[in-house]
Ligand binder design. Structure first.
Ligand SMILES: C[S@@+](CC[C@H](N)C(=O)[O-])C[C@H]1O[C@@H](n2cnc3c(N)ncnc32)[C@H](O)[C@@H]1O
Length: 294
């Protein structure tokens, strides 16, 4: 059966975006369209939604799912280039009233074979949202220097075993190239002892994914662009899944609020209810922050 991605904090996000029938909305991380479908329900015939994703496979899936949806325009784009959407002829120079970022990756991508996001799924080591992007995880694992590997695992995985893991990867690749996500997981599992159910490779996988996609840099750029193009009275909602992401969003929003350029919609970020966490364990670490432009 095909994996389904359950949208996280769905009601809180849609309510928080404060949509009107004629709003122009950008979903900067459309994926399979979980949030997008709800946004479309809120819009009238005069509303518009620009759906962006860096993953071309997702754009193809969306083209099929929303084949009859005239209010949706799709863009295969990195959200660090968000301004391109308003410059495109289809937006007609219109400024968006609401922009959503639901960061990271989806269950659909996790389970996709050949991508290497998860060590549970078969396949090679890519980990890039845009499959043409280089270097990918295979390149990094097999060619990065010891110092580079150590920095990546420490900085983006926040794994205290960074030195041991980098050494283990280097030892293994001297024998032969590390080809698959499973191989990489096995190498790390031999070096670091497993505690509980979580694989000791989890943080290294997160680190590689963040690095090859330049995720943190792109979040900063995406937020800057979003703020620039947003209409006055418009809102930006961001759902983040780990502290490295949330720190950037928090700092960005806080600065705008301090400058009195924006208003924070909640004092504290919204977290999923217990019921949502039980139903969708992926939502457990989610945090939703929303800001309105004055
Ligand atoms: C958590 S999923 C979004 C799920 C979606 N909200 C839903 O409910 O179906 C994140 C999506 O963002 C995309 N993405 C991640 N970084 C991106 C970037 N810098 N630019 C554009 N898309 C990005 C990923 O490819 C993925 O499809």
């Amino acid at each position: 059966m095909k994996e389904v991605h359950v949208p996280v904090l769905l009601n809180e996000t849609i309510e928080g975006l404060n949509l009107k029938k004629d709003s122009f909305v950008i979903d900067a991380t459309t994926d399979g369209g979980g949030h997008a479908a709800e946004i479309l329900k809120k819009l009238g015939p005069e509303g518009e939604l620009a759906g962006i994703d860096a993953d071309e496979d997702m754009i193809r899936l969306l083209e099929e799912r929303f084949a009859d949806e005239k209010r949706l325009k799709l863009f295969h784009l990195n959200f660090s280039d968000l301004e391109k959407v308003t410059k495109s002829s289809s937006a007609g120079g219109r400024r968006p009233d609401a922009i959503l970022f639901d960061l990271g990756l989806s269950s659909l991508q996790l389970s996709a074979s050949g991508r290497g996001f998860s060590f549970k799924a078969e396949g090679g080591l890519e980990m890039t949202f845009d499959r043409k992007r280089r270097p990918n995880a295979f390149d990094v694992v097999n060619t990065a220097s010891r110092e580079e590997l150590e920095d990546i695992i420490r900085e983006y995985g926040e794994d205290r075993f960074w030195r041991k893991i980098a050494s283990g990867i280097i030892r293994a690749r001297q024998q032969r190239k590390i080809q698959t996500a499973k191989e990489l997981e096995e190498i790390i599992s031999k070096i670091v002892r497993r505690k509980g159910r979580i694989s000791p490779a989890t943080k290294t996988f997160q680190a590689l994914r963040i690095y090859v996609n330049e995720e943190l840099e792109n979040i900063s750029k995406g937020l800057e662009e979003a703020w620039k193009i947003l209409s006055s009275g418009g809102r930006i909602a961001v759902i983040s899944y780990h502290s490295l992401e949330d720190r950037i969003v928090k700092k960005f929003f806080k600065k705008l609020a301090a400058e009195r350029a924006g208003i924070l919609i909640f004092k504290k970020p919204q977290a999923p209810t217990r019921a949502e966490m039980l139903e969708n364990p992926r939502s457990r670490s989610a945090k939703l922050r929303i800001i309105e432009k004055k």
